[in-house]
Design a protein around this ligand. Structure first.
Ligand code: SF4
Length: 395
């Protein structure tokens, strides 16, 4: 079975070699009203947003993503990249730093919220500034690659905390960095013995899939295990170009996991989420998280309610296999960390007897064995064994 994913048409006056070159896409990004008017006919609310100016989060898109949004009849993708007058209004909850990241940063570019992993903000630049962005307090200040002293401090922090096993490269978008910068970061992290996993969070496969070159894939492979965390939010973003990018990763053994955000009027419909996740699984991408949108500045109109998200998730349970099922999750504002949102399937409980109702209305009881019969396996120092295995020693 082979599906044909639609390709994005380039403008006639752009050479194909330029269009397919990611640095050309970044150099020719649309950044202001005049640029946007070359692709879109702006509405009054969009024009006010551009003219309203300074309070707005940065504005930028690649020509590729603009062309994709321009041909999208539902206007969903347009709302992800296009500023709107509503960004300027007072919202019900507007936080500059909804995840409390500025409190949990022991070093300027490190966010350490969970004991075994850190976020490492290697750049503040993105090729598209998504209107729903959580990290508006940081992204888009155009500092590009992290400054030398902050880079040294960040590495030193990671090196001096042996409990850190995982580093998540983020920003900004780490794949806006050139290959040599990226290679250096990965090599430096790999030189730290306790780092097991490196993740790269990037919207580039969505908004600039030409960034995924053979050279890039070779670099990631060289420093394995590296996981690529993609951010597809809408099935319309899965174009022939994006599929080629994904296949380069997965064919090279680089796992791809997708994190999406539920967005009001853009993707908050179970049929649409099903369509996205079925396609992703077909492409060997695991739908990982489906986030409740964070209450960052100017995003009230893009956020849906927790009730709406739970309804969507409940509907998905009945129709998607576990492989295609993302975890619905909410980041507790002010740095409380993630919490899963799970539809309630339990109807009642009487001691060990719990009554559940399935997605299609079937009701039944589950009776737990008595508490005194619960045993734990014998203690074994698995952690110690793992440390020795990593060093190539047999136990
Ligand atoms: S790519 Fe990520 S960090 Fe950049 S603007 Fe979009 S959501 Fe924010």
């Amino acid at each position: 079975m082979k599906f044909e994913f639609p390709s994005v048409q380039k403008p006639e006056d752009v050479a194909i070699a330029d269009w397919n070159n990611w640095t050309w896409q970044l150099r020719h990004a649309l950044k202001n009203q005049k640029d946007f008017e070359t692709v879109f006919q702006l509405t009054e609310a969009e024009r006010i947003a551009f003219e309203g100016g300074k309070e707005l989060f940065n504005i930028r898109t690649t020509p590729y993503y603009a062309a994709l949004a321009g041909r999208d009849a539902t206007q969903s993708i347009r709302q992800i990249l296009m500023p709107h007058q509503k960004e300027l209004s007072e919202g019900s909850q507007q936080m500059l730093d909804p995840l409390g990241e500025r409190v949990n940063n022991p070093s300027p570019r490190i966010i350490h919220r969970y004991s075994d992993r850190v976020l490492f903000l290697v750049t503040d630049i993105c090729s598209v500034y998504c209107r729903f962005c959580t990290r508006k307090h940081f992204t888009g200040q155009e500092q590009a690659f992290i400054k030398a002293d902050e880079y040294t401090q960040a590495l030193q922090y990671i090196r001096s905390h042996p409990g850190i096993r995982e580093v998540i490269l983020s920003g900004g978008d780490p794949l806006t960095l050139g290959d040599s910068h990226l290679e250096r970061v990965l090599a430096d992290l790999r030189s730290i013995e306790h780092i097991e996993i490196i993740r790269i969070g990037s919207r580039m496969p969505v908004v600039c899939p030409m960034r995924v070159t053979e050279d890039l894939v070779k670099i990631l492979r060289k420093h394995k295990p590296v996981y690529l965390m993609s951010h597809f939010n809408h099935p319309g973003e899965l174009t022939a170009e994006a599929v080629t990018a994904i296949e380069k990763f997965v064919d090279s053994g680089i796992p791809v996991m997708n994190q999406m955000v539920l967005l009001n009027g853009i993707n908050n419909h179970p049929a649409l989420i099903q369509a996205l996740n079925r396609r992703l699984v077909y492409l060997r991408v695991k739908p990982y998280y489906m986030f409740q949108c964070d209450p960052s500045l100017g995003t009230d109109h893009l956020r849906t309610s927790v009730e709406d998200s739970l309804e969507i998730q409940k509907e998905l349970w009945g129709h998607l296999s576990g492989l295609a099922m993302p975890n619905l999750s909410l980041d507790i504002p002010s740095g409380g960390g993630k919490t899963y949102l799970v539809p309630n399937f339990q109807v009642s409980q009487d001691g060990p007897v719990r009554r559940y109702v399935g997605w299609d209305g079937v009701e039944a009881e589950y009776v737990s064995p008595p508490a005194e019969s619960i045993r734990k396996p014998e203690a074994y120092p698995y952690d110690l064994e793992w440390e020795q295995l990593k060093k190539g020693k047999q136990t």
